[in-house]
Design a protein around this ligand. Structure first.
Ligand code: ZN
Length: 336
């Protein structure tokens, strides 16, 4: 027993040291005290620019303005641009990269890796990786930061308890020092989604995607990563249970996505089915009846009321099935 206790203790210690969740809350940090927050003193010298809506037109307009902002950052000798991007691989290895641009060329390329974090943490790491060195360059008053997560950038002004707190405290402190140093110092954050393939952002994005760094030892997890892992496991259990359970009914109709994969239930974005149907009650009722097979059609009568007619009134189907109604029947497809 004594030997067992001796053995367990170091294993337990190592396990706790390497596999626990990283400490991430620091609500008492002076940066969050009323009166000393960044917004209290520098709200006019830090700005965030993103499209006014998610439409392609607004994104196009926004990218035009981004082009102008970038060009202006490259002709002014007291300005630099930081282009940042972060990505999480399936192996949970995260790469965060940033390019610092001045006079139309990259003057610094920076890259860091981490383990067991989620995408917003990767984006925040990327901003930090590029912005902190940029703020240390002599005679720079204006910094334009280009990122595909304006949500991550806005965390710098966050003053409430936040799971990302320990990650953005060093960045927020450096930003405060930079803005305090000179009244001319300004930072502008510009949103640039990876899907827009804005050429200079794509260079960083490609670097992140091409980077390879294998994890060689166990690592602690961030609080958000741990939550995501729990959530993913629960969702996976739910989807497996749903796929194998007969409770959904023998006639449950599986739908497939564009790639031919059966659509699984999810809680995200309004769910897998109801989000597509919308808020029309009658449509929702029809859809539910069709999906479960509990509709007043021949196929249903064949199962529960076999003495009643099962054929379709169009007389082209002996059994009026859902497939017949949706794909073939002239009564329900007036255009054919
Ligand atoms: Zn028919």
């Amino acid at each position: 027993m004594k030997q067992q206790a001796n053995l367990k203790s170091p294993i337990k210690d190592v396990n706790e040291q390497l596999n626990s969740i990283r400490n991430c809350f620091n609500p008492l940090h002076p940066l969050f005290s009323p009166g000393s927050q960044i917004v209290d003193h520098f709200s006019s010298r830090i700005s965030f620019h993103s499209p006014s809506s998610s439409s392609d037109e607004d994104l196009y307009q926004h990218l035009q303005s981004l082009n102008l902002a970038f060009r202006s950052s490259q002709v002014n000798h007291n300005s630099v641009a930081v282009i940042a991007d972060g990505g999480v691989k399936k192996s949970h290895v995260t790469t965060a990269a940033a390019h610092i641009w001045a006079n139309n060329s990259v003057i610094k390329q920076l890259q860091v890796h981490s383990l067991n974090v989620i995408s917003i943490e990767a984006e925040l790491m990327a901003i930090r990786t590029g912005l902190i060195p940029a703020m240390k360059i002599d005679n720079i008053y204006n910094i334009t930061v280009i990122t595909d997560s304006i949500t991550a950038a806005r965390k710098i002004l966050e003053s409430k308890v936040d799971p990302l707190q320990n990650m953005f405290i060093p960045l927020a402190a450096a930003v405060k020092t930079f803005l305090s140093k000179d009244g001319r110092n300004k930072i502008r954050f510009w949103y640039c989604p990876s899907r827009a393939e804005w050429p200079r952002h794509k260079l960083v994005d490609d670097q992140v995607k091409a980077s390879s760094c294998a994890s060689t030892f166990p690592s602690k997890e961030s609080h958000l990563f741990s939550k995501k892992k729990e959530c993913d496991n629960t969702l996976c259990e739910w989807q497996t249970y749903f796929a194998n359970s007969l409770k959904k009914g023998h006639y449950f109709l599986n739908f497939e996505d564009e790639k031919g994969r059966v659509i699984k239930p999810t809680y995200a974005k309004g769910g897998s089915w109801l989000s597509i149907i919308g808020f029309t009650n009658s449509l929702c009722t029809c859809f539910t009846r069709m999906t479960t097979g509990h509709a007043p059609i021949g196929e249903y009568r064949q199962r529960f009321f076999p003495h009643l007619p099962t054929s379709c009134p169009c007389s082209k189907a002996e059994v009026q099935t859902r497939e017949h109604i949706v794909r073939e029947c002239d009564r329900h497809n007036p255009s054919t």
